[in-house]
Design a protein around this ligand. Structure first.
Ligand code: FAD
Length: 397
């Protein structure tokens, strides 16, 4: 029997949507192209907005029982000044911190909860190659092997920023541009300090490191398209730059000894201007690729899943068609997504790009001086990062 909802992609958006629709009594099938969740590093930040959703579902305690680290402050060192640029400790939330949990562990947790509903199936190793259509309406998907998976009512595209809806021009995309890329790597952690997110900035270089318990997850921010040139200089030259921007690393910087330890994230900032067509809705990165700033991609993807389930799942469970409601999901999520992307763009263009231009940095860029001068302003980025601009809670749990 065809599932009511076929979801392309078993990432945070797809699995949370699968869990929510299944909890509401809708038959769901998720198709994931990989055969496990252990693929590339994709960020591990579970924010208070996501934990509030887990709380709505009665899943917060079991989630917090899984191994994780807690972050509540972001500290910045720039032009010889130390500043706090984000503080979640005063956020009105049961969980005023970011829980750092490996993404595969979080996805495995969502899968387990979804499977217990009895309405959920996850097919791994199932790459989708296209959609099936009838008279302009999407009716299901076609796997790469040619087999078809019909959808009783809806296909959800939750297949990330290289989604099929973009590659096959099914929905229109607007590129906002990004002046940065990121090189990711890990360094061992030898100090006992806990819960830190540290950003170090010197002229031409930015290094972000996040405490992951036994190691630092590091992000070296570079000008867009510069990875080939930088990597061509060799690992020793790169390490020298990293040591120069963050001397506090000390001897652990020497653990970066091979270019194979570095992974390139080509940063995109874009969104679909239309998230739906009859029979099809895009959510998560498929609808909007975010900059890594603030580590909010996973959490926005989850918020989309909640909005879609609140608006559509009870109707689908009652056997009703929902094509006419898809626009309401976009309407509900679009403005807050666009606002957050505008802030990310402003920060990229006004703070990151000027710093990376390699000119002498005599004082922090203006937006940072404003944050330093008016402490109350610091609460806004913290709140927006923790809870988003329009927070979604599960309406039918
Ligand atoms: C290196 C890196 C670091 C990041 N760091 C952070 C961070 O710290 N915090 C944060 O919040 N966000 C971070 N992000 C962004 C975050 O990973 C995404 O915003 C988030 O995962 C989006 O969730 P999603 O479910 O929409 O898409 P994805 O996580 O991209 O999931 C899409 C899923 O669809 C599957 N898929 C794709 N195509 C097909 C197909 N044709 N058929 C079947 N399945 C398919 C993929 O295998 C994947 O499992 C990072 C991203 C990267 C690349």
């Amino acid at each position: 029997m065809a599932a009511d909802v076929v979801i392309v992609g078993g990432g945070p958006a797809g699995l949370m949507a699968g869990l929510l629709f299944a909890r509401a009594g809708v038959n769901v099938e998720v198709l994931e192209k990989h055969n496990d969740f252990l693929h590339d590093f994709r960020g591990d930040t579970v924010h208070p907005s996501t934990m509030a959703v887990l709380d709505d579902l009665g899943l917060l305690e079991p989630f917090l029982e899984r191994p994780h680290q807690r972050l509540s402050r972001a500290e910045l060192r720039i032009a010889d000044r130390e500043m706090v640029v984000g503080d979640l400790s005063k956020t009105k939330s049961r969980t005023p911190f970011v829980a750092m949990m490996p993404q595969w562990d979080f996805l495995d947790f969502l899968r387990g909860a979804a499977e217990r509903t009895g309405n959920f199936a996850l097919r791994m190793d199932a790459p989708v190659g296209g959609m099936t259509e009838d008279d302009g309406r999407i009716t299901g998907v076609r796997l790469i092997d040619g087999s078809e998976v019909p959808a009783g009512a809806l296909v959800l595209a939750a297949d990330g920023r290289r989604s099929i809806v973009r590659r096959q021009d099914l929905l229109p995309v607007k590129d906002l541009g990004s002046p940065i890329d990121v090189l990711w790597f890990e360094l061992p952690k030898r100090s006992r300090e806990q819960g830190a997110l540290r950003i170090a900035v010197t002229s031409g270089s930015i290094l972000v490191r996040v405490d992951r318990g036994t190691y630092w997850q590091c992000a070296f921010v570079i000008p867009k398209g510069d990875a080939g040139r930088l990597l061509g200089l060799g690992v020793a030259a790169l390490r020298e730059r990293i040591e120069a921007v963050e001397p506090r690393l000390g001897s652990i910087a020497h653990d970066l000894h091979s270019l194979d330890q570095l992974h390139l994230l080509e940063v995109s900032l874009d969104r679909l201007t239309r998230w739906h067509r009859p029979g099809l809705l895009a959510i998560g990165d498929a609808a909007h690729a975010m900059s890594p700033m603030g580590g909010i991609g996973i959490n926005l993807a989850i918020q989309d899943a909640v909005a879609a389930a609140n608006l559509l799942a009870p109707r689908l469970a009652a056997g009703q068609q929902v094509d006419h409601l898809l626009k309401h999901v976009q309407r509900r999520r679009y403005a807050s997504t666009a606002i957050i992307q505008s802030v990310q763009k402003l920060a990229q263009d006004w703070v990151l790009a000027p710093v990376l231009r390699d000119r002498p940095l005599r004082r922090p860029p203006l937006p940072l001086l404003a944050l330093e001068a008016v402490p109350v302003l610091r609460r806004f980025p913290g709140r927006a990062i923790a809870l988003g601009i329009r927070q979604e809670r599960v309406a039918f749990a």
